[in-house]
Design a protein around this ligand. Structure first.
Ligand SMILES: NC(=O)c1ccc[n+]([C@@H]2O[C@H](COP(=O)([O-])OP(=O)(O)OC[C@H]3O[C@@H](n4cnc5c(N)ncnc54)[C@H](O)[C@@H]3O)[C@@H](O)[C@H]2O)c1
Length: 249
């Protein structure tokens, strides 16, 4: 098992890629704190049920990733429940499909606040503990739109490019600390977030891929689990494209 005996957290774990990742971390032997907004309580409990039904250890925490206090409390919950923080998957995020000139200042702040600042604050809380431990692995959620431009999604793409910048810079800064920091960059994954788009918009995203279908949340989750595992012990600062070949064009 890839994560045997390791303890960590997944944000945005109420559904989609976060739920698939939490289930995969547990299946691979990990103990997981799953976190999402309080409004997602029922769906978060659904994720916990899947894990406990298969014999995994899980604890629920409520978090708004834009709050440093919430981030620190979630990290503390992992340490309190399981003893140490070995991995963290900063997955929570929102999408924003808006033509560039229609993005208001408020809308830009909103997408940057959750997708970028949320990851920054998570890394801050997690690094405080991992650096003191001398070990740990952080995986951040970027996107195919964090590697290439995506017309109609400039705010979202900016927020995900910034995640790549945070990942690379912190990975280099803390390269010798025993902590690895990487990102995953999925293309179109069949999740609740993508369901907010029209069928036409989803088709346009798939048309940018070499593999012409939506991905399953589990297909993105597997990359995060591998990056968090000791199998990726020589990998830091990378953004792993799980993008059906869209960056190969
Ligand atoms: N679905 C895709 O095609 C795709 C592609 C690339 C990247 N992503 C990224 O993957 C991540 C997961 O998205 P998903 O596709 O599984 O969709 P999703 O909507 O199912 O998951 C996002 C989760 O984040 C949570 N969340 C939102 N704001 C939050 C906040 N302030 N605090 C805490 N939690 C919050 C939501 O409640 C939700 O459960 C996102 O960061 C998204 O940008 C998705």
């Amino acid at each position: 098992m890839l994560i045997e005996g390791l303890n960590g957290l997944v944000t945005g774990a109420a559904g989609g890629i976060g739920r698939a990742a939490a289930v995969a971390f547990a299946r691979e032997g990990g103990n997981v704190v799953i976190a999402d907004l309080p409004a997602q309580r029922e769906r978060l409990e659904g994720t916990a049920e899947i894990i406990t039904d298969t014999g995994g250890k899980v604890r629920i925490e409520y978090i708004d990733v834009t709050s440093l206090d919430d981030q620190r409390r979630t990290v503390a919950a992992v340490v309190e429940e399981f003893g140490r923080l070995d991995f963290a998957f900063n997955n929570a995020g929102v999408e924003q499909q808006t033509p560039f000139l229609d993005i208001t200042e408020e809308a830009f702040d909103w997408v940057m606040g959750i997708n970028t600042k949320g990851v920054f604050l998570g890394m801050k809380a997690q690094l405080e503990v991992m650096i003191a431990q001398g070990s740990g692995a952080i995986v951040n959620m970027a996107s195919a739109a964090g590697i290439r431009g995506l017309p109609g999604y400039a705010g979202y793409a900016a927020s995900k490019h910034a995640v790549v910048g945070l990942t690379r810079s912190a990975a280099v800064e803390y390269g010798d600390s025993g902590v690895r920091i990487n990102a995953v960059a999925p293309a179109a994954i069949d999740s609740p977030l993508l369901a907010e788009l029209s069928a036409e918009s989803r088709d346009e995203l798939v048309a940018r891929q070499a593999i012409k279908r939506l991905g399953d949340p589990a297909e993105a989750a597997e990359a995060a689990v591998w990056l968090a595992s000791s199998r990726a012990s020589f990998v830091t600062g990378t953004t792993l494209a799980v993008d059906a070949g869209s960056s190969a064009f």
